[in-house]
Design a protein around this ligand. Structure first.
Ligand code: C2E
Ligand code: CA
Ligand code: CA
Length: 653
């Protein structure tokens, strides 16, 4: 039903296309016809001048001018009109109208410019009208209604004028003209058939070419792009990723044991299965990605723009690959059979070297075979380093889940001191006490926690532990504790409420809790950040901007942020006395902070030279190995609240 409707639609589309093609031919010849008509009409007027009333002649000539002007106007409008099926109908009417008017001018000539008494003038008139009719065949035959109207209208009246003469010769001429008209209409009809056939053929050729193009680029069974189209895309994608500096990936997917399905249930069923697989894969992809079928049960998925860093790209590919594997969890229903099918996937990232599309596909294929060898239903990376990184990340992710459940995370603390060496606070730095591998530093797992969403639970545990410690310290000598808040954690809508809840739960003085958020977190969505910071600040908690100087903070925004402290990033403090650029930057930050009434803490102060330099520039608070490494809580609790810089040569473990 639906299909029939589509077919009907197609047909009528094509019909109006055809009519439009015919009309276009008619209109395209108008300009030339008009010139001929004007010339011939002037000649006719001149010749008939001595035989016909001048006023009649002049009126007729005027009429010819007017009709020509009208037809010229039609012609211009047609040239400017958009091409659409509805238009075809309108313009076919216009063409008939034009042909009718044109015929009419010769009809009028046939009656009013007919000189009953002058045979030469009669013959000249006949010559002109017959000539115009013959000429019209070439210009109007493309549209048969137009040419037939023109011929009938232009010739009949002249024939009638001869008939009215009531002479033998007159009757003969009248009969000859009718005969001539019938002949010429038949000729026009033949010509029309030839033209229409040519238009139809051209149309069919167009369809055939489009089909061929489709067949050349698409797989017939699944309608997915085929190998050829994939190569073209891949080629473009590789150069684009090189140019713009991001990664893409190829996933080479091969169904496991597809041959069994084909052998036991037949090819027709196998084909249906492949179509369903293609449909599932396509549904899953973003619109910028491409799934292609190479042939057999091999599919390739091309992911573009999946990250500027290989780690982000890796995360993205890994997610897509597991999602695609997930598509096979649900069995396929084909002809009443329930088929459990899995897939092995080989992955290669690009652009890693100068490899061509062919090389890349081959590598993805190699990786796919490795996945098969290792037991099927899994994905493998071609690049061993990638595979290793991925395995490592998966291991960490798994371990981290357990760590969160079994409370293997601990907080170490690094004191922050003022210029007299008095401890003004400490930064909580998370450590993972692994049952086998011992202490693991956050650099190894924070980013993975971020990517996997484990950071929410991790951040929550850290915040609770820090508050517990604030409470314990407050029993003897209170100390302010800074807690690092990851961007994701900060963006979570429930975060401000959660902070309030924890503060109430532990019953701590909120003034002792400082939160560190990085400059990049702030800049991500400045309005939301300010809003959120204000809410949390109203609880009594204060903020520091971490790693300051590394992001692109605009000073205008900085002024609006409810912050108390800027932490100058460690990278600027390293070798500050040697690198003059860093020195200038640090000095600028310090001056600016002072101006805005903000405290500054220099991170990563390792040498007394740096310390002296920073002090000289007006920085009053410090944190770094020079004073203390991060230490477990019990050590912090016992620590002297006045720290002297240690000799640089003998850093504590
Ligand atoms: P950060 O916030 O910039 O923390 C300062 C890092 O510099 C700490 O590394 C600290 O041990 C190290 N550091 C301190 N003084 C010196 C010094 O004099 N020289 C050198 N070379 N390094 C020094 P850590 O503990 O490995 O932490 C690394 C990063 O992990 C932190 O950078 C922070 O971004 C993140 N992190 C740590 N704990 C947490 C946490 O509880 N939550 C979140 N979201 N992130 C955390
Ligand atoms: Ca920090
Ligand atoms: Ca920092």
């Amino acid at each position: 039903m639906q299909n029939q409707k589509i077919a009907d639609n197609k047909l009528s589309d094509w019909q109006s296309d055809k009519v439009y093609g015919q009309i276009r031919l008619v209109f395209s010849s108008i300009f030339f016809s008009l010139k001929a008509i004007l010339a011939v009409s002037l000649l006719l007027t001149a010749i008939q001048w001595e035989a016909i009333n001048h006023l009649v002649l002049l009126f007729w000539q005027l009429g010819v001018f007017l009709v020509s002007a009208f037809r010229y106007w039609q012609y211009r409008r047609f040239q400017a009109s958009p091409r659409s099926p509805e238009e075809a109908r309108y313009w076919s009417h216009q063409a008939v109208l034009g042909a009718f008017l044109s015929g009419l001018q010769w009809a009028v000539a046939g009656v009013f410019l007919f000189a009953p008494d002058s045979m030469p003038h009669q013959l000249f008139l006949t010559f002109v009208i017959a000539g115009m009719a013959a000429g019209a065949i070439t210009s109007l035959s493309a549209y048969f209604p137009a040419i037939s109207i023109f011929l009938l209208v232009s010739i009949f009246p002249l024939s009638w004028s001869f008939f009215r003469l009531d002479t033998g010769m007159g009757d003969l001429m009248a009969g000859m003209l009718i005969f001539f008209m019938v002949l010429i209409i038949r000729a026009a009809h033949r010509l029309n058939t030839i033209i229409t056939d040519a238009i139809t053929m051209q149309h069919e050729k167009g369809i055939a070419e489009a089909t061929m193009r489709r067949q050349a680029l698409f797989d017939e069974l699944t309608q997915l792009p085929n190998r050829r189209m994939l190569f073209t895309h891949l080629d473009q994608e590789i150069s684009r990723s090189r140019r713009h500096g991001y990664f893409g990936a190829i996933l080479f997917l091969d169904l496991d044991n597809f041959k069994n399905v084909n052998d036991s249930l037949g090819h027709a069923l196998g084909d249906k299965l492949l179509t369903q697989v293609a449909a599932r894969i396509t549904l899953r992809l973003r619109k910028e990605d491409i799934a292609a079928r190479l042939g057999g049960d091999e599919f390739v998925i091309l992911l573009s723009e999946i990250g500027r860093q290989s780690s982000t790209a890796l995360t993205h590919v890994q997610r897509v690959a597991s999602e695609i594997q997930g598509l096979f969890k649900e069995p396929f229903q084909v002809n009443g059979h329930t088929l459990h099918i899995t897939a092995s996937i080989g992955i290669v990232l690009f652009p890693l070297d100068e490899s061509s599309p062919g090389d890349l596909l081959q590598r993805a294929d190699v990786a796919m075979y490795r996945a098969k060898e290792e037991g099927r239903d899994r994905f493998r990376f071609f690049q061993p380093a990638m595979q290793e990184a991925l395995d490592n990340r998966l291991r960490i992710e798994k371990g981290l889940r357990r760590a969160l459940e079994q409370k293997q995370l601990e907080l170490y603390y690094q004191p922050q001191v003022d210029s007299q060496g008095r401890m003004i606070g400490a930064e909580a730095l998370v450590r993972w006490r692994h049952p086998k591998h011992g202490i693991i530093n956050p650099a190894e797992f924070i980013s993975i926690a971020e990517e996997t969403g484990l950071i929410y639970r991790l951040g929550d545990q850290v915040l609770c532990m820090a508050c517990e410690h604030i409470l314990q310290l407050a029993k003897s000598t209170p100390l302010a504790i800074s807690v690092n808040i990851s961007p994701k954690q900060f963006r979570e809508p429930t975060f401000p409420d959660r902070v309030e809840e924890i503060i109430l739960q532990y019953g701590i003085d909120p003034k002792l809790l400082h939160l560190e958020i990085t400059e990049s977190t702030v800049m991500e969505d400045i309005e939301q950040t300010i809003d959120r910071m204000e809410t949390i600040k109203s609880l009594g908690v204060s903020f520091a901007i971490d790693d300051f100087g590394t992001g692109q903070s605009s000073l205008a925004y900085l002024k609006r942020l409810p912050i108390e402290t800027l932490k100058i990033d460690r990278s600027f403090v390293d070798d500050i006395e040697k690198a003059s650029n860093d020195a200038i930057l640090v000095e600028t930050i310090i001056i600016m902070a002072k101006h805005m009434g903000l405290k500054t803490i220099a991170e990563g102060v390792e040498t007394s030279e740096s310390l002296a330099f920073l002090q000289d520039k007006g920085c009053n608070n410090f944190q770094g190995y020079l004073f203390s490494h991060p230490v477990p809580f019990h050590e912090l609790a016992r620590m002297d609240r006045r720290l002297l810089p240690r000799p640089a040569s003998k850093p504590a473990a």
